[in-house]
Design a protein around this ligand. Structure first.
Ligand code: PNW
Length: 454
C-alpha cells in the first residue's frame, strides 16, 4: 500500500488502524460474578417495561468468559486495535471507597490477551454503567459524581497504563445525558426539565475534564488521553460555500453543551441566550477544567443531520428529512455516508485537532441465518462501504484521522432495544453463544488486508 490516496484509488494511509468497539455492559455478562457491584443498567434493565422483551445484560455475549475466543476472532479478521470499556462497578462496587481487586485483575488479563494477539487496547472509562450507589445520591445531577468519576478514572489508569496507552474518559456524553435524563429511555430513566438537563450535562463534561487531569496525574508517562463523543453531524444540504459555512456554524451550536465547550472552554453566546435562566451554573475554573487539552478526539458517527444556510441570527437552519429517507434496522439510524467526511472535517476546520479517531461507526440490520448457515448482510456491507469511502475522502484531504473502530464485532445488548437490534459483523446466537461471521466480516477483513476500498 502506498503512502496516501495517490497510488491507488480509495487507499488509506500506511499504518492506518482498523479495529472494533464494545462496551462492558453490552458484552460482558457475568453481572453477579467476582464482586461486581450493581450499575444503573442492572436496575433499569430489570425494571419491567424498560427494555425490549425485558432483555438484560446479565449474560449478554458472555464475553467475561469468552474473551479469549473473541479476541482470536478479531485477530483472524486482521484487527490491530480494539476499543473496550471498563465497568466502574467491577472496580469500585459502590462507586467510591473500597476496591474490588478481582475487577482489576479481569481487565489486566483481558488486555494481556489482546496484546498477545497483536491488538492495541483503547480503553473507555465510562460507557454508561454508572454504579447504582452513585445514582442513589443523584447520579450526574450531583456534582460529586464528576469528582468520583475522576477518582475512578485515575485509579484505573494507574493500574492499566503499563499496558494500555490510550484512554477515553467518556462515551457519548450527549447520549447518556439526553436519553437517560431527558427522554427517560435509557438508565436511569428520568425525564427532567431543560434546566436540570443543562446542569447534568455540565457535570458530565466537568467529569470528563477532571478525569483527563486525574489520568495525567496517575498514568505512566506517554499515556494518551481523549474521549469518544457523538457530535450532531451537521452535513451541508449541498456542498456549496454558503451551505458549508452554515454547516460550520451549526456544528458549534448544535454541540454547544458537549464537544464545543470541551474544545473551547466556553458555552456559546447563542446557547446561553437561548437557555436564559435555565443555563447551567458554572465557574470560570470549571470551564478551564472542562477544556483540559486532549491528545486525541474520538467521534462516534452514525446518523446524519442536514443544514442549510439562513439569513437569521444563527446563520443556519436544520432540515427535517423526508419520511422516505433511507434507514437501517434501528429507527433512528438514517443512512448518511457523507457524515464520515463532514464530522472529522468540521472538527478539524473548527478546532485544528491533530489526532482523531472514528471511535464508532456501524449499522443494525435484520440479519437472518440462511439455509446454508451463513448471514448475508448486504445492507451492512453497503453502509460500511459508503461511509468508509467518505472517511477516505476526508483523510486524503489531510484530515488527521488515525484509526477506525467498527461498532461492533459481535451482536450485543443494544440498550433499550435489548437483543432485537444486531450491530455485529459476527452474528451471535444468544441461545447457544455460537458466533457466525457475517458477510460484513469478510468485507471488513478484505478492507483491512488491502488497507483501502479500491
Ligand atoms: C452508540 N441515537 O449509541 C453507543 O455508544 C453504543 O453503545 C451503541 O450500541 C451504538 O451506538 C449503537 O446504537 C447510540 O439514538 C445510541 O441517535 C443511540 C443513538 C446514537 C448512538
Amino acid at each position: 500500500p502506498g503512502d496516501a490516496a495517490a497510488t491507488r484509488p480509495l487507499a488509506f494511509p500506511k499504518g492506518f488502524l482498523w479495529g472494533s468497539a464494545t462496551a462492558s455492559y453490552q458484552v460482558e455478562g457475568a453481572a453477579k460474578e467476582d464482586g461486581r457491584g450493581h450499575s444503573i443498567w442492572d436496575t433499569f434493565s430489570h425494571t419491567q417495561g424498560k427494555t425490549h422483551n425485558g432483555d438484560t445484560g446479565d449474560v449478554a455475549d458472555d464475553y467475561y468468559h469468552r474473551y479469549r475466543d473473541d479476541i482470536r476472532l478479531m485477530k483472524d479478521l486482521g484487527l490491530t486495535v480494539c476499543r473496550f470499556s471498563v465497568s466502574w462497578s467491577r472496580i469500585f462496587p459502590n462507586g467510591t471507597g473500597s476496591i474490588n481487586q478481582q475487577g482489576v485483575d479481569f481487565y489486566k488479563k483481558m488486555v494481556d490477551a489482546m496484546l498477545e494477539a497483536g491488538i492495541q487496547p483503547y480503553c473507555t472509562l465510562y460507557h454508561w454503567d454508572l454504579p447504582q450507589a452513585l445514582q442513589d445520591k443523584g447520579g450526574w445531577e450531583n456534582r460529586d459524581t464528576a469528582q468520583a468519576f475522576a477518582d475512578y478514572a485515575g485509579y484505573v489508569a494507574s493500574k492499566l497504563s503499563d499496558r494500555v496507552k490510550h484512554f477515553m474518559t467518556t462515551n457519548e456524553i450527549r447520549s447518556f445525558v439526553e436519553l437517560g435524563y431527558r427522554e427517560g429511555i435509557h438508565a436511569p430513566g428520568l425525564r427532567l426539565d431543560r434546566a436540570k438537563v443543562a446542569q447534568i450535562a455540565h457535570h458530565a463534561v466537568l467529569g470528563h475534564g477532571l478525569a483527563v487531569q486525574a489520568i495525567r496525574a496517575k498514568a505512566a508517562s506517554g499515556t494518551r488521553v481523549g474521549l469518544a463523543e457523538n457530535p450532531t453531524v451537521t452535513n451541508p444540504a449541498i456542498e456549496t460555500p454558503e451551505h458549508i459555512a452554515a454547516a460550520h456554524k451549526a456544528f458549534r451550536e448544535e454541540n454547544a453543551m458537549y464537544l464545543s465547550v470541551i474544545m473551547e472552554g466556553r458555552y456559546t453566546d447563542l446557547y446561553l441566550k437561548q437557555l436564559g435562566a435555565d443555563a447551567p451554573k458554572f465557574t470560570p475554573e470549571e470551564l478551564r477544567t472542562i477544556a483540559s487539552p486532549l491528545d486525541f478526539v474520538g467521534i462516534n458517527v452514525y446518523a446524519p443531520t442536514y443544514v442549510r444556510a439562513d439569513a437569521g441570527e444563527r446563520g443556519y437552519v436544520m432540515i427535517t428529512p423526508p419520511t422516505s429517507f433511507p434507514k437501517m434496522a434501528s429507527p433512528w439510524l438514517t443512512v448518511g455516508p457523507e457524515s464520515l467526511y463532514w464530522a472529522p472535517k468540521l472538527i478539524h476546520d473548527l478546532w485544528k485537532v491533530k489526532e482523531m479517531y472514528i471511535t464508532e461507526n456501524g449499522a443494525s440490520s435484520d440479519d437472518v441465518v440462511a439455509a446454508d448457515g451463513h448471514v448475508y448482510d448486504t445492507d451492512r456491507v453497503m453502509y460500511l462501504r459508503n461511509y468508509l469511502t467518505h472517511l477516505q475522502r476526508a483523510i486524503s484531504q489531510g484530515v488527521p484521522v488515525k484509526g477506525y473502530f467498527l461498532w461492533s464485532l459481535l451482536d450485543n445488548f443494544e440498550w433499550a432495544d435489548g437483543y432485537s437490534k444486531r450491530f455485529g459483523i459476527v452474528y451471535v446466537d444468544f441461545a447457544t453463544q455460537k458466533r457466525i461471521p457475517k458477510l460484513s466480516s469478510q468485507f471488513y477483513a478484505d478492507v483491512i488486508r488491502r488497507n483501502g476500498l479500491g
